[in-house]
Design a binder for this molecule. Structure first.
Ligand SMILES: [Mg+2]
Length: 223
């Protein structure tokens, strides 16, 4: 068991690999390039990048300003952005697979990346074989985000034939955890600098990086 539950579901991006400011900055550039070069946004890449960064700050979604004001469709950006995602620049954790293999629970991945990018990322992290038939993209549920409502978490549970009450959801993004909690799951927030969400009642546990969470799980401190 993990935190009294028999299923653990992980977010992928910035949860199963380390989020660095360097990588976040690259991703903002990549999103701006997708907007300008692939979707024909009439703006230079530098200005688009500034808006992407601003959009993340305000909405926790780099595309939101463009959906609202520049006639960009979420689906188009979702596809173009993931095609350009520089997966090879991600630095995987050492021995993550070994640790995950020892976790005493059924484990899944549920990601807001598309299937194309999530397969590439899982392969890059050395986790693809382990999660091969156990990873799902928001795409599989006909949506592009997992921070809009609790339905997608309920649908996810149906797909894996589980009850939300039996699941622990692990994510760096607290806006996702709000809806995982609403669906009935136990929530674990992964943070990097400070635990900035102590006041959020929908977060049950918080760990600095996935490795510290797994360490407690493997030591039986989070069983
Ligand atoms: Mg994430």
């Amino acid at each position: 068991m993990v935190l009294g539950k028999n299923i653990v579901i992980y977010d992928l991006d910035d949860t199963l690999y380390n989020k660095t400011e360097y990588f976040a900055d690259i991703l903002d550039t990549v999103m701006a390039e997708a907007l300008v070069y692939d979707l024909g946004l009439d703006m230079d890449v530098e200005k688009a990048k500034k808006l992407v960064t601003e959009s993340y700050k305000i909405y926790r979604d780099g595309g939101e300003i463009f959906y609202q004001n520049y006639n960009i469709k979420p689906k188009d950006l979702f596809i173009a952005y993931h095609k350009r995602k520089p997966v090879e620049k991600i630095v995987p954790y050492d021995n993550l697979l070994e640790k995950i293999e020892k976790v005493p629970a059924e484990q899944y991945v549920f990601t807001a990346s598309d299937r194309y990018a999530s397969e590439k990322i899982l392969k890059h992290l050395g986790l693809y074989e382990f999660f091969k038939n156990r990873y799902y993209s928001v795409e599989d549920f006909g949506v592009y985000k997992k921070n809009e409502n609790a339905n997608v978490y309920k649908e996810f549970c149906k797909k894996i034939n589980a009850k939300p009450e039996d699941c622990v959801f692990v994510d760096d993004s607290y806006s996702n955890l709000e809806f995982a909690k609403e669906a009935g799951m136990t929530t674990v927030r992964i943070y990097y600098h400070n635990n900035s969400t102590k006041d959020k009642t929908f977060i049950d546990y918080a760990y600095k990086g996935i490795e510290s969470f797994l360490e407690d799980v493997l030591k039986g401190k989070a069983s």
